[in-house]
Design a protein around this ligand. Structure first.
Ligand code: HEM
Length: 508
């Protein structure tokens, strides 16, 4: 904050405001343009919240290349050891509305906007290494089933479990959310995964298949359900945590690495590596370090940066042609459509989304239009010095198609329960959390869920059934913000469970 006033007050059209115009009592308030300016502007201050990932926070920083990956990709942003690129990062919770609770059991987002010399690269990641469905047509149904019930406007476990039992591939993702991994101890303490298998290429046009993963340098930490209920008494705990760490110059950082598969491996492995509801099997890939993401500046203005930011997975750069699976193909158009609705067709001209360089044939539309390409031709091809395309000699020529299977495969969910979770304590907490969600659903739906869990793993089904019996007889804890903490309970210890990230141990 500046020490003195930063200048004289004006109306939004620039007229200086007399001090007598700052009060309207006993005056002709409708001749007071300052008053009208204020009371009408506030009516239009809201824009639609994001349909998913509405609650979030963000920070600026940089990405530094620490390893030479030119063998795999020619992308300028990932090349040149020691080089830094400016970034803006947005953290989010998928299901929470604006103003929702950071400590809710949910999937988290970590989206990175790289302001690269070759254009914006948006890398969108989740805190789970797997997604919930493979068919893009399921997205609206899946989101409806996990967001608020249209009648009660409450979050509803019946609709969630109903959807999962009809689409069992979603179970693996849900088990992640119901486990310790479902509530990280803040955004700084979580890893993040881009999930899809990306195609990348080097300057010779050779293709590689990679999964991008961010590994937190703060260490992975999670909250138990009870711990989260306490932490959640401050609904903005996660945003506050990131903000305060940056203000204290304790800059949060992540290592960016990629799991790499060659074209040869892709052709011969016994599972579909493009399948987003499962992990890659150990031994079929190598892990290559790339660089470091560091957040070192809080935004000066939340709305102008975090709310107006538009991350679009289709924003890719040369050397990273991107994923080929069907889900990603839908994402290529979906985000642009959402952001046009939320921010206008010119969302890429909003400061936070602007690339370093752009020359386009698009014109006009809702502001901002910036210089609107001034007097340059507005059609292509033309004979009047309009911008021309370049030729990328390294663009991969070979094309192939990814076919998805419709088969239901419960093995990834079974693997998660038996091997990804590292001990019986983790497994028991998953069982308890799952049982609690079944208390409010109908007996018929409970039976369907137990049956699905039993098919996944007999022990899991049996334990959840037993846990449910206990939960039905135990009075349910009140909602988090109604929990009473004893006034002098200095001994209330934060039982934060620090867990080894065993994602890499898959199929060890
Ligand atoms: C068919 C599948 C999917 C569809 C249709 C979809 C759609 C959307 C939409 C419409 C938004 C809001 C965009 C906005 O208003 O700015 C969004 C946000 C987001 N999505 Fe997806 N999504 C899909 C799958 C995924 C997957 C697989 C990931 C994981 C990598 C993911 C990660 C994210 C993240 C991190 C955000 C928040 C971006 C931000 O911080 O603004 N989504 N998604």
């Amino acid at each position: 904050m500046a020490e003195g006033p930063i200048g004289l007050l004006t109306t939004s059209s620039g007229k200086l405001v007399d001090i007598r115009e700052t009060i309207t009592l006993n005056s002709d308030s409708f001749s007071n343009q300052h008053h009208i300016d204020l009371v009408t502007h506030i009516n239009d201050e809201r824009i639609p919240e994001r349909v998913v990932h509405a609650k979030g926070g963000g920070a600026f920083g940089y990405f530094e290349v620490t390893h030479d990956v030119s063998k795999y990709t020619k992308a300028e942003v990932l090349n040149g050891v020691g080089k830094t690129t400016k970034v803006f990062v947005r953290f989010s919770a998928v299901l929470q509305n604006l103003g929702g609770n950071d400590a809710a059991r949910d999937v988290r987002g970590l989206s990175v906007k790289f302001y690269s010399k070759e254009g914006i690269w948006d890398l969108l990641c989740l805190s789970t290494p797997v997604f919930f469905h493979r068919d893009p047509i399921d997205f609206p149904n899946f989101i409806h089933s996990v967001k608020r019930n249209p009648k009660t406007n409450l979050f509803d476990f019946s609709t969630r479990w109903d959807f999962i039992t009809k689409k069992p591939e979603a179970l693996n993702g849900f088990l992640h959310v119901l486990s310790d991994y479902g509530i990280p101890n803040g955004y700084r303490k979580m890893d993040a995964f881009a999930i899809h298998t990306f195609v990348i290429n080097n300057k010779h046009g050779d293709k590689y298949f990679v999964k991008f993963n961010f590994r937190t340098e703060q260490g992975v930490e999670v909250l138990t359900t009870d711990e989260a209920a306490r932490v959640g008494r401050d609904p903005d705990h996660f945003n506050r945590d990131v903000y305060n760490a940056i203000e204290k110059k304790n800059y949060p950082a992540w290592r960016l690495e990629m799991d790499v598969m060659t074209m040869e491996t892709i052709k011969h492995i016994d599972y579909n590596p493009f399948e987003v509801t499962r992990l890659w099997k150990k031994g079929t890939y190598i892990t290559v370090p790339i660089g470091r993401l560091v957040l070192n500046k809080n935004p000066d203005n939340f709305f102008r940066t975090v709310e107006l930011s538009a991350f679009n997975p289709a924003n890719l750069v040369p050397g990273i042609p991107g994923p080929m699976d069907n889900l990603f193909r839908t994402r290529r158009s979906s985000y642009r459509d959402a952001q046009t609705y939320r921010l206008s067709i010119n969302h890429n001209k909003i400061k936070i989304n602007q690339p370093l360089y752009w020359k386009v044939y698009n014109r006009d539309g809702k502001p901002p239009v910036e210089e609107n390409m001034n007097d340059a031709p507005n059609y292509y091809p033309n004979s009047f010095s309009g911008p021309v395309p370049y030729i990328d000699p390294a663009r991969p020529k070979e094309r192939f198609t990814v076919f998805d299977s419709n088969a239901i495969d419960l093995e990834p969910a079974s693997y998660f329960y038996n091997h990804y979770l590292c001990d019986d304590g983790q497994r028991q907490r998953l069982v308890n959390n799952t049982a609690r969600t079944l208390v409010s659903v109908s007996p018929d739906l409970r039976r369907r869920v137990i049956r699905l869990l039993t098919l996944t793993d007999p022990q899991l089904g049996m334990k959840v059934e037993a846990g449910l019996e206990v939960a039905l007889e135990t009075p349910q804890p009140p909602p988090p913000n109604a929990i009473k903490i004893p006034r002098h309970n200095h001994k209330a210890r934060h039982q934060i469970c620090t867990i080894v990230n065993n994602y890499k141990n898959y199929y060890d």
